[in-house]
Design a protein around this ligand. Structure first.
Ligand code: COA
Length: 200
């Protein structure tokens, strides 16, 4: 039997916190092996819990879990992003997390997750999905290219000598990023994604 038939996608609720944390943690452990600067902070679980508490109730945030029976095997997180009013094209859907458990890779599960996310983003009125991918993560880059993504910008880094000083806080940034992104009011409807239905 095709493994795809055994894996179901469901929009995450706050009750799924442990599963989201499990896969989000696995994703970022992997990312940190590629670039130590992507290591999660102490207490990240609490921040993610707060984010999920807000995001589950808001129309411009989507967290989808893939389940094989009662085991979480895939995670997709998208957030609506609003850029500064300085810019004409301020809104996009940002793919902030994509992870498939090693046992399910190559089965098309990430393809299903990204299709669900793209359909959700379009239904919400966004005209693009953007993401960051680590330069050395060639398999993810290959996956994204095969699914129509193209690089439009690069993040460049100059490493400086470690400093004893902590950089100053920017209170405006803290407010925006406290829950991942600024979040607005909510409504619920259901969108069809092929044969999947993801509440939007
Ligand atoms: C990148 C990642 C999400 C891809 O997940 P995946 O489930 O293996 O991806 P898919 O199965 O949908 O696609 C992988 C390949 O399997 C193929 N495939 C699709 N359906 C398939 C099926 N039914 N049976 C077998 N293979 C299939 C796809 O064509 C694809 O091939 P391609 O890369 O040549 O296009 C996964 O490798 C992962 O979680 N990596 C670690 C975390 C990570 O890098 N995340 C991205 C951070 S930006």
């Amino acid at each position: 039997m095709d493994i795809m038939l055994l894996v179901t996608l469901r929009r995450a609720t706050q009750a799924d916190l442990a599963a989201v944390q499990q896969l989000f943690g696995a994703l970022h452990s992997f990312n940190a092996t590629l670039d130590a600067r992507f290591a999660l902070a102490d207490g990240w679980e609490t921040v993610l819990k707060e984010h999920l508490g807000h995001a589950c109730d808001h129309p411009h945030s989507l967290t989808v879990l893939a389940w094989a029976d009662d085991e979480p095997v895939g995670l997709l997180m998208l957030d609506g992003h609003t850029d500064s009013p300085l810019f004409r094209h301020r809104h996009w859907a940002e793919l902030v997390a994509l992870y498939v458990a090693p046992s399910q890779r190559g089965s098309g599960l990430a393809t299903r997750l990204v299709a669900a996310g793209s359909a959700w983003a379009h239904a919400q009125g966004y005209d693009r999905v953007q993401l960051y991918v680590t330069r050395s993560n060639l398999s993810a880059q290959h996956f994204y290219v095969r699914h129509g993504f193209a690089p439009v910008q690069e993040v460049w880094r100059l490493e400086l000598e470690p400093s004893d000083r902590l950089p100053p806080d920017d209170p405006d940034c803290e407010a925006v990023y406290a829950h991942g992104h600024n979040l607005l009011s909510s409504h619920q409807h259901v969108i069809a994604v092929g044969d999947e239905e993801i509440p939007a």
